[in-house]
Write a protein that binds this ligand. Structure first.
Ligand SMILES: NC(=O)c1ccc[n+]([C@@H]2O[C@H](COP(=O)([O-])OP(=O)(O)OC[C@H]3O[C@@H](n4cnc5c(N)ncnc54)[C@H](OP(=O)(O)O)[C@@H]3O)[C@@H](O)[C@H]2O)c1
Length: 373
């Protein structure tokens, strides 16, 4: 297993971690999945994984409870996250105490801001994290889903603690962080935690590309998923946090930490992967495709009213966009039924899509990544 240091001086962790978002429920606990999740986590730890990522919001706290059971008596580094609505000093203290209780620990080694909250200054949040680090209740500080400007502000606001990690999406389909965030992290000693590293099970976009990767994987006697993870962790700052409900997947993912890809194969994977990007009219996208599920905004009015109480809201993100903040492209797929007037269905980025429409009053084309079949 390959091991890396968190930040410049944090604990050593396995380059293959485990993610637990959605493992035992999304917005509410799904107790029926506990036993499978515990078996999968145990197998990961037995195969050399020493890093687990959770959050106060996952399964409404239940993910932390299950992680607490899984790590009891084990030498595993835990990362958790505080939600954007809890970023004031008072609320963060309550959140942290609840997370510590659920995890059964006295300290969280890596405490991360899950999303920024435009109505709470970053310096105030970093001050609160500094205090908690000084008290020894948390170790290193991390952030997730921050723009480059926010990242720089977070890094330079901390006095006591160090900004040790940045967490964002990175996989063989969406490689946009390679342009700016990854180089930023590399030069400043920040570990990059790649979430959705298997593109939520799609792994690399199309089935044709997957077949080509399978051929390479055959040479290493590993699965395509393991090959993808092994390729991602070749970059020095990158640690991946795949989620595996099935123990079989957990075993494959742990194996990725010991695979050494040849330069020729790594170059071939580089050539085969990455999404097709485009800039398309906003009204060619169906924002709420049938069967999409989850909390979607069906109209501009619903998005402006933020009927799902998301933080940041579409209007708050729109203000950031107007200030020139980088927000990654939304993800679309060719519409199942283009006769209905939409060429594309939105598959990811419901808040960013409406933020773009609000910011530019529906008049500016939107950058997208196009998912192939
Ligand atoms: N900070 C953030 O805002 C944020 C956002 C998203 C995610 N995350 C974190 O990142 C973690 C991982 O991301 P994710 O859950 O979105 O997606 P992911 O890890 O890319 O994909 C998970 C899916 O891939 C499948 N899978 C796992 N290993 C596999 C393998 N070797 N081969 C084929 N399929 C495999 C899983 O199936 P089974 O479950 O059936 O095994 C599951 O359906 C989350 O759990 C969470 O901790 C953080």
């Amino acid at each position: 297993m390959l091991y890396k240091t968190i930040g410049v001086s944090g604990p050593r962790i396995s380059a293959i971690g485990v993610g637990t978002g959605g493992l035992v429920g999304v917005d509410t606990p799904d107790y029926g999945r506990d036993e499978g999740a515990l078996a999968s986590l145990a197998l990961s730890f037995e195969r050399g994984v020493t890093f687990v990522d959770t959050a106060e919001v996952y399964g409404a706290g239940h993910s932390e409870e299950v992680v607490g059971r899984a790590i009891a008596g084990r030498d595993v580094v835990v990362a958790s996250k505080v939600s954007p609505e809890n970023l004031t000093p008072e609320r963060m203290r309550v959140s942290l105490d609840n997370s510590l209780r659920r995890l059964g620990r006295e300290r969280i080694e890596l405490y991360q801001v899950h999303w920024s909250n435009p109505s709470i200054p970053i310096a105030e949040t970093m001050g609160a994290l500094d205090d908690l680090a000084a008290e020894g209740k948390i170790g290193d500080v991390g952030v997730c889903n921050f723009s480059l400007r926010e990242l720089e502000e977070a890094r330079t606001s901390l006095r006591h603690a160090r900004l040790a990690t940045m967490q964002a999406e990175y996989n063989l389909f969406d490689r946009s962080v390679e342009q700016d965030v990854l180089p930023y992290c590399q030069t400043r000693g920040i570990t990059f935690l790649a979430y959705s590293p298997l593109d939520q099970g799609h792994i690399c976009g199309s089935s044709a590309r997957r077949d080509m990767l399978a051929e390479i994987a055959g040479r290493y006697q590993c699965s395509v998923g393991a090959l993808a993870l092994a390729w991602l962790i070749r970059r020095p700052p990158v640690v991946v946090i795949p989620r595996a409900g099935r123990a079989e997947h957990a075993g494959q993912n742990a194996q990725a930490g010991s695979l050494v890809l040849s330069d020729a194969d790594a170059t071939e994977i580089d050539r085969l992967t990455g999404a097709a990007s485009a800039i398309i009219p906003v009204n060619s996208v169906r924002a709420a495709p049938a069967g999409g599920g989850g909390k979607v905004y069906r109209s501009l009015e619903e998005a402006k009213a933020n009927i799902h109480h998301m933080t940041p809201s579409p209007s708050e993100l729109a203000r950031q966009m107007l200030d020139g903040e980088f927000l990654k492209p939304v993800r679309v797929r060719r519409a199942d039924n283009p006769d209905e007037g939409y060429e594309y269905d939105l598959v990811e980025g419901r808040i960013r899509y409406w933020a773009w429409v609000i910011a530019f009053e529906g008049k500016r084309d939107i950058p997208v990544l196009i998912r192939e079949r």
